[in-house]
Design a protein around this ligand. Structure first.
Ligand SMILES: CC(C)=CCC/C(C)=C/CC/C(C)=C/CC/C(C)=C/COP(=O)(O)OP(=O)(O)O
Length: 409
């Protein structure tokens, strides 16, 4: 994949710089850190047409419209959030006065009330995400309860647009949900489940932005049923799933012995969210189409000689198979990126993350096993395979952090 780098003193100068562009470098697909360093050195990184049959997890950090306008890509925008989250966590890890707002004393729920609230969060997590719930049982009590509280908030947010009342949901209901989120973060929880989250926020350096961004994802789901290209889809996946990764890192914690940068751990968490969501989309193509929704990138469909009609008709053709192969390959690249990061998490947090990674990734294998018929067959990982994933995940959770393995070579 060729990358064209333009030296640009500033973005407005980009158009002029384009005149003197020269190809500086060839960067492998996953050499992101170098790309970002180059960007931060005020180089604009212009790319990127993947060669035939090649996939790039992300297309470019900067694109230029036909009118010559520089447009920052979704990946760059999301990476800015990653940097901000990492900076917040690092600041918290440095010994300094605690800056996270605590729940005002007078609003404190009695400990018993809080225990009940967390207990209910645990029950909900167990009901909807059994394997993940089991995995959380290995975490310390405080972390486990915090993960449950976050999970429940995400579930409730998702249910606003996907649950039984979804047809009545309006943008203003989402605005009210966001106002309620602000209240949770300022220690004024509305109900007991919110109170568990308020308490969690007072104990871990969790930022409100990923929560807000998830609500933004729900807003976009209300108005959008098509995605022009992968850049648009990437943003959607960040909103609805990458955010979960960013919310989880401060609770799961980074292994004290890890030599990885905080940013790289956040990037891996983001990658896992994106990988999961892409997998979810590939699994649910038929189901989504029946609701009039197509989450697949329109430009890639067109390149493969496919259109919306083909999806609504739901016939598996060779064109469809090769389109799907490309999509699955991309989802696997995100899983691969996430894998390195899991090993950097604190030991007790790794198992549930490995388990969910292995289980979710297997859905891609099942789509292949179904000969890419994701129109009428739901890819499903059987009980035996699910059970087998647990000891495998446990074994992996004992591995030394990837950053240490590399530094000892
Ligand atoms: C890798 C590192 C460093 C940390 C891990 C950080 C985490 C926990 C990331 C996971 C993010 C995550 C779980 C995102 C949600 C993705 C997703 C598509 C969930 C689907 O939820 P449901 O709609 O309930 O799925 P089903 O339809 O399969 O039941």
């Amino acid at each position: 994949m060729a990358i064209t780098l333009l030296r640009a003193a500033s973005l407005p100068g980009l158009r002029d710089a384009a005149a003197g562009q020269h190809v500086c470098s060839y960067l492998p697909n996953n050499n992101r850190r170098r790309r970002w360093i180059l960007c931060s050195l005020k180089y604009a990184c212009l790319s990127v047409d993947p060669g035939p049959g090649e996939v790039s997890p992300v297309y470019s950090s900067l694109t230029v419209t036909p009118a010559g306008e520089a447009v920052i890509s979704s990946e760059q925008k999301v990476y800015d959030v990653v940097l901000k989250q990492a900076a917040l966590l690092k600041r918290h890890l440095r010994p300094q006065p605690h800056t996270i707002p605590a729940i005002p004393k007078e609003l404190d729920l009695p400990t018993n009330g809080l225990n009940q609230a967390y207990h209910r969060c645990g029950e909900i997590c167990e009901e909807y995400a059994k394997t993940f719930y089991l995995g959380t049982m290995l975490m310390t009590e405080e972390r486990r309860r915090a993960i449950w509280a976050i999970y429940v908030w995400c579930r409730r947010t998702d249910e606003l647009v996907d649950g039984p009342n979804a047809s009545h949901i309006t943008p203003s209901a989402l605005d009210r949900w966001e106002k309620r989120l602000d209240d949770v973060f300022t220690g004024r929880p509305y109900d007991m489940l919110d109170a568990a989250l308020s308490d969690t926020i007072s104990k871990f350096p969790i930022d409100i932005q990923p929560f807000r961004d998830m609500i933004e994802g729900m807003r976009s789901d209300l108005r959008k049923t098509r995605y022009k290209n992968f850049d648009e889809l990437y943003m959607y996946c960040y909103y609805v799933a990458g955010t979960v990764g960013l919310m989880s890192v401060p609770v799961m914690g980074i292994a004290p012995e890890s030599k990885a940068t905080t940013e790289s751990v956040y990037s891996a968490a983001l990658a896992l969210g994106i990988a999961n969501q892409l997998t979810n989309i590939l699994r649910d193509v038929g189901e989504d189409a029946r609701r009039g929704r197509i989450y697949l990138p329109q430009d890639e469909l067109a390149e493969a000689g496919l259109c919306d009609e083909d999806i609504f008709n739901g016939v598996v053709t060779n064109k469809w198979r090769s389109f799907m192969k490309r999509q699955i390959k991309r989802a696997r690249m995100f899983f691969e990126e996430a894998e390195r990061g899991v090993t950097e998490l604190s030991q007790a947090s790794r198992w549930p993350v490995w388990a969910s990674l292995l289980l979710y990734r297997q859905i891609l294998d099942e789509i292949e096993a179904n000969d890419y018929n994701n129109f009428t067959k739901r890819a499903y990982v059987g009980k035996a395979k699910k059970l087998l994933a647990l000891p495998v995940a446990y074994g992996r959770s004992l591995l030394m952090p990837y950053s240490l393995r590399n530094s000892q070579k």
